[in-house]
Write a protein that binds this ligand. Structure first.
Ligand code: ZN
Length: 392
């Protein structure tokens, strides 16, 4: 009786949770034949370029799950070769759990704000961003995301609005941002309401406005690769970029951006976001998370390869917050797989990891406030001090 009840329960559980169970077992890869070598500390000197990489919703378990499945228990992802690690406290002004708007504003402006605010204080005064400081100094700048490019994280670097939902306004805000490189999804917020798929409520064609400012507009990996323009707007999908057959990849976008931005002898600031690790977390889908961590790691490799050869580039990888309360459940007696568990479909308040490579990377060791990270990068970069509040 007991046994048959148990069997019935197991079978019904399997049927009910079929999808969830399939996507929440992580298979462990065999040990790689070559383990990525750790990078050394770099001698401190002036920082010419900053590549700031944000894994949205990326906690330690997201990274570890990616590592397990991609390079096994013994292996190291490229992002794990960075010599300096820190731990970042992510709480927002109005809550212990942050969203991506307040989380990114902490890094871009060096201030804690309310959830939902894009480079604004809770009282809606604007705060200057590190990207704007870099532009004022004559540096080149870029933003890259696999979400809509007007999503909360990239928006917090080059726009000031009271709500992250104002993506049509954010697209227009980018026109006078000075940004040289804008790459991601979200064409829906740049095309007039009369065009199919538009999510604007006006007749503005923001793509045409960018073209009039001298930007080359591209829509495919081929067009991105072949453009020679110093100013590029690339929108590769109507909404967020697709998960499967994503083209260009985050790594390809990063490579193009770095090759263009590094032509400025004064230096550059580039923000790269692996946006959809967060979405995998919201879905409690570890396969999705691992897929996105793979994309992130490939982009980190591009950044590190450039930084190693350049010697004057600070690369920082961190997250705005963790998503899902992702955990690795115990399998004390096997090495071939682990089971992933989740505590929520929302964000959590656990601190997030930070990794750094390049001059002054050591400044980012230990426990850090997210605003401290933003403030330190600006100061070490020499573009000015944060926070700066616009009193108007
Ligand atoms: Zn999220």
């Amino acid at each position: 009786m007991k046994k048959s009840l148990f069997t019935t329960l197991v079978i019904s559980t399997i049927i009910i949770n079929c999808t969830a169970q399939e996507s929440n077992i992580i298979e462990i890869a065999p040990a790689p034949s070559v383990i990525n070598e750790k990078l050394p500390l770099v001698e401190d000197g002036p920082i010419k370029n900053v590549i700031f990489i944000i894994g949205d919703g990326t906690g330690l378990v997201q990274l570890t799950s990616g590592q397990y499945q991609l390079v096994g228990a013994e292996g190291l992802l490229h992002l794990q070769t960075m010599p300096v690690t820190g731990i970042v406290k992510t709480y927002a002004a109005n809550g212990l759990i942050t969203d991506s708007a307040a989380g990114a504003t902490a890094y871009s402006c060096g201030i804690k704000t309310d959830n939902g605010k894009i480079a604004q204080l809770p009282d809606e005064r604007h705060c200057k961003t590190i990207l704007e400081l870099a532009e004022e100094k004559g540096l080149s700048t870029g933003i890259i995301a696999t979400s809509t490019i007007t999503h909360a994280t990239p928006a917090s670097y080059a726009s000031h609005v009271k709500s992250r939902a104002m993506q049509p306004e954010i697209a227009v805000d980018y026109l006078d941002s000075g940004l040289e490189i804008i790459l991601g999804g979200g064409k829906e917020f740049f095309i007039p309401s009369s065009e199919e798929g538009s999510r604007r409520e006006d007749d503005l064609n923001v793509i045409d406005d960018f073209k009039n400012l001298g930007y080359d507009y591209v829509e495919s990996a081929e067009e991105l690769e072949s453009t020679d323009s110093d100013k590029i707007l690339g929108l590769f999908s109507l909404a967020g970029m697709p998960v499967l057959d994503r083209t260009p990849t985050l790594a390809e976008m990063s490579e193009k951006a770095i090759s263009k931005l590094s032509q400025n002898d004064a230096g550059f600031f580039l923000m790269i976001e692996a946006s959809q690790i967060d979405w995998g977390g919201h879905d409690n889908n570890s396969e999705y998370v691992v897929h996105e961590v793979k994309g992130l790691d490939a982009a980190v490799k591009v950044a590190l390869d450039f930084a190693v050869q350049d010697g004057e580039t600070l690369v920082i990888l961190t997250a705005d917050h963790e998503t899902g309360g992702m955990a690795i459940n115990a399998h004390y007696d096997r090495r071939d797989e682990v089971e992933i568990a989740w505590t929520t479909t929302g964000h959590t308040g656990v601190p997030v990891p930070l990794m750094a490579y390049g001059p002054h990377a050591i400044e980012f060791t230990g426990w850090l406030e997210n605003i401290e990270v933003g403030q330190k990068v600006a100061q070490l970069f020499g573009v000015g001090t944060l926070p700066q509040i616009n009193e108007e």
